[in-house]
Design a protein around this ligand. Sequence first.
Ligand code: 3HC
Length: 311
Amino acid sequence: DTAALEQDFQSLVESESRVEPRDWMPDAYRATLIRQIAQHAHSEIIGMQPEGVWISKAPTLRRKSVLLAKVQDEAGHGLYLYAAAETLGVDRAELTENLIEGRQKYSSIFNYPTLSFADVGVIGWLVDGAAICNQVPLCRASYGPYARAMIRICKEESFHQRQGYELLMTMMGGSRMQRDSVQDAVNRWWWPSLMMFGPPEGASPNTARSMAWRIKRHTNDELRQRFVDMTVPQADRLGVELPDPELRWNADRGAHDFGTPNWDELYEVVRGRGPCNAERIAHRRRAHREGDWVREAATAHAAKRASGTAK
Ligand code: 3HC
């Protein structure tokens, strides 16, 4: 009976075993994984837009090719995660419709504009740095396909973080204008990067259950703290100020104290009222429509092959 199945399932995840696609799982476990993996995949795909605009305006051929490689990686991460979501019985066409129609979310961080090339470095350093803090524990998620997708994605994210930091190191060794441009980008991206980890304890309805099911290994606040502690020394070495007057080392806690993110801003952005939400979804809708002919051709060719009439 279901109670016994749920008991066995809970023992399986608590024994640190992996749940695989053909295993029995509670409907709610399946549903929350589809929710999180789909949003993760949507984030990767939408995440190509803010940086993509700078590919044609990169200052050198090297910066262009590094940025091109990073954006292509994000596309691959998205497809990888849609494949992981499909092992749970959903179809990526349906997930894309959910994204375009606003029924599913993507990370708030991608709803901010990229105003200068320094933003490309700051996104690599802070946003991919935050993504690494969030994604390394997901390599141990109880659902096999998700955890395995994360292992490869994390390897590529560390390249993303390093190329961003190296870009900023170069600019900080440059002119006054370049250094000011980096500081301006840090001022604009710092707080949205902290919000990326999600709402604080007590305002995070999914955390308790996701941790009981070993999908999440830490709370949003724990990962946010880990990110702050990792980033402060990097900012010092870079020579930039983090825009938080309350940020200071607390020896008693062995961690940095920092100010409170603007949660109202996070909720506004999550609800679709951020600076670039409409533009991001309109772009995704247009790209999807422009890709219709490719999907139709591939479907027609597959049908021909299936009927043996393909040339
Ligand atoms: N942006 C958008 N929505 C967010 C959010 C954010 N930053 N933080 C929280 N939310 C949403 C949640 O999805 C949830 O809504 P839902 O129930 O309708 O899905 C609600 O706000 C409450 O938040 P919870 O903390 O209860 O939700 P979760 O337990 O799912 O935690 C999360 C949120 C930490 C983002 C978690 O979903 C997660 O770890 N997701 C996978 C990782 C991910 O998406 N990372 C960001 C992707 S960016 C990226 O990796 C690209 C990189 O290459 C730059």
